[in-house]
Structures are given as structure tokens and as C-alpha cells.
Ligand binder design. Structure first.
Ligand code: ZN
Length: 149
């Protein structure tokens, strides 16, 4: 079982950049305009992302699920964080923030060369990392999670 975030990408009314406006007052990552028409449904994005990382860890012992179909914008975003946090969990860096900063220095996105996405994803990664206790899964949780699924 995996968890797909069911949010359509949002398009900036000014520059048409596509992204998910995950918090109120977030400037467009491309043109920096703060849109005023953003639906509240987007504001649960980080919580959902953390939930999907937890679900993968419980079900497969890894942040990358055994199978993942990328059909939507959100699916693609999720897969970026699945890979990053899997790498993080293997490396076990003492300074997790420095590790994430380094990771995004050399980060390229498949099928796109949209530069603004790098900073956007980097910021989300730091937000998830600041809540890293929520994606850590204990041995017992995994045992029970597997039993229930
Ligand atoms: Zn814009």
C-alpha cells in the first residue's frame, strides 16, 4: 500500500509556473508573486507528504516504496522526497540540514530544467526534516503496521 497525494498542481496566475502552494501566503517559486486565490486544500500537503513517507517505511522498511506510479505532479514531487529521505536514512548524517543543502546543490529534475523548482523542493525538504521524528518508524511500529496491512 502506498499513499498518493490527490492534489492537482496549481498554476501561478501571473507566470503560470506550476507548483503546490503548501502554505498560506507562499510566494510563487518562479515570479515571487503571492497569489490570493489559493484553496486551503493545499495547506495539508506537508502533512500528507510526511504521512506517505511513514506509510512507505512501515510497509517496505524504506522511504521508497516497492512500486510507485508517477501519474501526477504530486506523484512526481513525492518521489523526489522518497529518494531524498531514503538516501538520508542510509547516510544517517549528523547534520541533516547540511546534508540536505548539499543534496540540492547538485540536484537536477528529470524531464525538466526548471531552476526555480530546486529551491522550492529544497525548502520543502527542510520543512520535512524539521519534523523528522514523525517519519522515523520504530521496529515495533513496523511489526504492527505490517500485521495490520
Ligand atoms: Zn509566478
Amino acid at each position: 500500500m502506498t499513499y498518493h497525494i490527490k492534489l492537482e498542481e496549481y498554476a501561478c496566475p501571473d507566470c503560470k509556473a506550476e507548483y503546490i502552494p503548501y502554505e498560506e501566503g507562499l510566494p510563487c517559486p518562479s515570479c515571487k508573486t503571492i497569489p490570493t486565490d489559493v484553496s486551503e486544500k493545499y495547506f495539508g500537503f506537508i502533512n500528507e507528504l510526511i504521512a506517505s513517507l511513514r506509510i512507505n517505511k512501515i510497509n517496505s522498511g524504506r522511504y521508497i516504496p516497492d512500486a510507485w506510479l508517477t501519474a501526477s505532479f504530486a506523484d512526481n514531487l513525492q518521489s523526489v522526497f522518497f529518494r531524498l529521505f531514503q538516501f538520508w536514512s542510509i547516510k544517517k548524517p549528523k547534520d541533516g540540514e547540511a546534508f540536505i543543502n548539499e543534496y540540492f546543490k547538485n540536484f537536477t529534475i528529470e524531464d525538466t530544467e526548471v531552476e526555480y523548482m530546486r529551491d522550492y523542493l529544497h525548502t520543502i525538504a527542510l520543512k520535512v526534516h524539521s519534523r523528522k521524528e514523525e517519519i522515523r518508524v520504530s521496529w515495533w511500529t513496523r511489526r504492527i503496521g505490517r500485521f495490520l496491512s
